[in-house]
Design a binder for this molecule. Structure first.
Ligand code: MN
Ligand code: MN
Length: 216
């Protein structure tokens, strides 16, 4: 599809610093030969942002780490409003939680075929068909207070946030909390089993809930 299926990372205040944001994106030259290697120019004038999966600001502790988030295999075609408003505000909320002493396990990805960017209409692919434009962007976040032995600390009361956001430039709200859903819903759509190292009885509870906690 010319995008990652998903990207997963751990966030805590240890991963947040002030390394400068790179001014360019890099092609992933580690992809197997024969795979299409997406370049930054593939997104130019498409009406879609080069949307980070793992945000640059979640990895700005060192120059090397933040540069890794600017490799095109960490990027999906994201409608500008989706990227710059609700998606960005959820990213910032996660860093607020990190600043307050929480650590998070985050998985994000694209879903489906066809988004609506700033050029209007519905776009199914860019880059001459080499990059699929998703119809939704999703993210699941498991929140724990900073500590050790994380899997063992997950219980039925552990906060889990899941969002399913239409990949559109119009018709959205800035309020990311309006796009909350259950992890079970995203599992049913994507076929993935999130948090599979957590005992099934606990997964069953935390994945069925839709988060109602604070959003800023
Ligand atoms: Mn973004
Ligand atoms: Mn699961």
């Amino acid at each position: 599809k010319g995008t990652p299926n998903w990207v997963s990372w751990h966030l805590s205040s240890a991963r947040v610093g002030d390394a400068p944001r790179p001014s360019y994106f890099n092609t992933d030259v580690t992809l197997p030969s024969g795979w299409y290697r997406v370049s930054t120019s593939d997104y130019t004038n498409t009406g879609f942002d080069r949307g980070h999966l793992c945000p640059a600001s979640d990895r700005d502790f060192t120059d090397a780490e933040i540069k890794n988030t600017f490799i095109m295999t960490n990027v999906m075609p994201q409608a500008p409003y989706n990227n710059q408003q609700p998606w960005r505000l959820l990213e910032e909320y996660c860093r607020t939680l990190a600043d307050a002493g929480d650590e998070m396990y985050i998985i994000a990805g694209p879903y489906g075929l066809g988004g609506s960017g700033s050029n209007g209409g519905v776009t199914t692919t860019i880059a001459n068909g080499n990059v699929t434009v998703p119809s939704y962007t999703w993210k699941v976040i498991l929140v724990l207070p900073n500590g050790d032995n994380d899997v063992a600390r997950v219980n039925v009361n552990t906060r889990v946030i899941a969002v399913w956001v239409p990949n559109t430039h119009t018709g959205l709200t800035t309020d990311w909390s309006q796009y909350r859903t259950s992890v079970d819903y995203i599992e049913s759509q994507t076929g993935y089993d999130f948090f599979s190292n957590v005992p099934k009885a606990i997964q069953a509870v935390i994945e069925a809930k839709t988060d109602t906690g604070p959003s800023h």
